[in-house]
Design a binder for this molecule. Structure first.
Ligand code: B12
Ligand code: SF4
Length: 504
């Protein structure tokens, strides 16, 4: 059997750096970990290929006995197009993933088979049925949740490390919280299921062997199961000592992680370099209404600064457009992010994803646009109108905020404050592999700022000094600068970059 597993193409997003001039066109942040995982779960001898359509769509033109398509909400349109095109050529198509699991009715007409929910047991069962010519149209695992202790080593050997900046490795599933706008609990459940540390370490060794040089921890919420996380981080620290090389880690967590000194110490020792922190909003009323009460304890500004003071770079996830947000929210977000020294925040408009409590509530209230095309962060519109803001004011305020945040003065102010708070330290030699930046790429990055005008050119002088003064933090600084350039390119691409704001 010849099987091809595809991650469909998406429009440029916050999450890949393809828009940075001079960056290779294939700078996707990291592969969707599901493809190498499904490849490892094929229960018989078969030829399996992985296709990252964002980089190289050519494998899709080959003759396959079966094509498997994954995807998140923003890939829905492309998933459907691909399904239709492949089936018109007579290729059987199977689809799965988060969006298929929460909105199967969208995909049924475009696939031969849907696999809903976790697929560790149903995917091999389907393949056996398929080979016998007796498969069903839909598989849903009604058994107990999957035990990650049974995870096989993903087939990372089928990936091209040069296409990616990091590898993604999942170490747990589930979250004990239940924020109104999030579908994680519906997809993964309330109980956090950790992968035993020994299996994760084996996967990390496999990632380095396959040529990857840094790791994105694809968990919902690192630290949600405290003792599991501590055990894992300690095993990563031991691995670093054993190999004598740093393997930088990036992970997602919540603000409360900063309040736990033992967890933060363990993260630093494990080689965690950056944390994507779900801060969402400085508006406490919005947090309370969204059920994100765990962000309400303590002062978030102090907590985010605490991450920086331990050398952990913070990428904050921020959201605008809650019913509790009034016209002042844009300025409030700006002030908060400046105060908290977050160099590269990801600010999104609140969108109601299918399968969330938010989508159900808005549908009940008759407020949900059913024909909305889901995008990613930096989507300029939403599928509902917040109570206190018109659609026009929402987009206008959002574009204003992005321009202000990424104007040279305000961006460099945050980066300088963050970098000055990172402790000086010795640089641990890195394992090498994907995700490193050569001198030529750095020179090209700096040259590309000059194209944006004198204010950017002046800012890069400051950036250059920061790089010289903080040799232990070169990678974090370069990533921040790359994201900055990337975001400016996105704003230009979407014709909402304001040269006047950018001149300050
Ligand atoms: C890690 C992660 C990220 C990483 C992605 C790293 C990467 N390269 O993949 C980052 C931080 C970059 C990210 C970004 C975004 N993410 Co995200 N992310 C996750 C997270 C926490 C884990 C996903 C993961 O890696 N799972 C590991 C794999 C192995 O498991 P799985 O996806 O659950 O798949 C299982 C089954 O569904 C099935 N399956 C999946 N695909 C297929 C295909 C076939 C053929 C078959 C048979 C089976 C199958 O098999 C798997 C094993 O059981 C999920 C939450 C969650 N727990 O699902 C959110 C989640 C997937 N993200 C989400 C969203 C919305 C986004 C963004 C659009 C956010 C934004 N505003 O920009 C962006 C899009 C980025 C991009 N360019 O694609 C939503 C998707 C909602 C939806 N309905 O699709 C989720 C569910 C979180 C949420 N808010 O509810 N994300
Ligand atoms: S937003 Fe984060 S904390 Fe809230 S339920 Fe989702 S994963 Fe958990």
């Amino acid at each position: 059997l010849r099987i091809c597993l595809v991650n469909p193409a998406y429009e440029p997003t916050f999450w890949d750096l393809r828009q940075v001039p001079g960056m290779p066109a294939d700078s996707v942040l990291s592969p969707n970990p599901v493809l190498p995982l499904l490849a490892a779960h094929v229960p018989f001898d078969a030829e399996v290929a992985l296709c990252e359509e964002n980089v190289d769509p050519s494998p899709l033109g080959e003759a396959w006995d079966l094509v498997g398509i994954t995807g998140y909400s923003h890939q829905s349109r492309r998933m459907i197009e691909l399904g239709d095109a492949l089936r018109s050529r007579g290729v059987p198509v199977v689809m799965g993933g988060s969006q298929v699991s929460v909105a199967p009715e969208l995909f049924r007409p475009h696939a031969d088979v849907l696999i809903l929910g976790e697929a560790e047991r149903t995917w091999p069962r389907f393949l056996e049925d398929f080979q016998r010519g007796e498969h069903r149209q839909e598989y849903r695992d009604d058994g107990p949740v999957v035990d990650l202790a049974q995870s096989p080593r993903p087939r990372l050997d089928l990936l091209q490390p040069a296409n990616y900046l990091n590898i993604s490795i999942q170490t747990s599933r589930g979250c004990p919280h239940n924020c109104e706008f999030c579908s994680v609990v519906r997809l993964q459940g309330h109980r956090v299921r950790g992968k035993p540390a020994a299996i994760v370490i084996d996967e990390l060794d496999g990632a380095v062997d396959a040529g990857f040089g840094s790791v994105f921890v694809a968990d919902d919420n690192l630290g949600a199961a405290r003792s599991q996380t501590l055990e894992l981080l300690r095993a990563c620290a031991e691995r670093q000592v054993r190999t004598g090389a740093a393997l930088p880690l990036f992970a997602q967590t919540t603000v409360s992680f900063a309040a736990d000194r033992e967890l933060v110490d363990a993260a630093v020792a494990a080689g965690v370099e950056s944390l994507f922190v779900g801060v969402e909003t400085p508006n406490a009323e919005s947090l309370a209404a969204a059920g994100k009460d765990h962000n309400l304890g303590g002062d978030p500004v102090i907590r985010l600064r605490r991450f920086h003071e331990r050398g952990l770079n913070v990428q904050a996830g921020m959201v605008i457009g809650f019913d509790q947000d009034g016209p002042g929210i844009f300025a409030q977000q700006l002030e908060f992010l400046q105060e908290a020294w977050v160099p590269v925040p990801m600010v999104s408009l609140l969108v109601a994803l299918p399968g969330t409590r938010l989508a159900r509530r808005l549908a009940r209230e008759g407020r949900l646009d059913p024909d909305f095309a889901f995008g990613t962060a930096y989507q300029l519109t939403s599928n509902f109108r917040p109570a206190q803001l018109s659609a026009e004011k929402l987009t206008e305020g959002y574009v204003w905020l992005l321009n202000e945040l990424f104007s040279p003065t305000l961006f460099m102010e945050r980066l300088t404050r963050a970098a000055s708070s990172w402790p000086p330290g010795d640089r641990v030699p890195e394992a090498g592999g994907s995700g490193g930046f050569g001198m030529a790429a750095v020179a090209q990055l700096f040259a590309s700022f000059a194209e944006l005008g004198p204010a950017y050119e002046r800012a890069t002088d400051t950036a250059f000094r920061l790089l010289m003064d903080n040799p232990a933090h070169t990678r974090k600084l370069l990533y921040a600068l790359l994201y900055w350039r990337h975001i400016v390119s996105l704003l230009q691409r979407w014709q909402c970059w304001d040269p006047e704001t950018a001149s300050r």
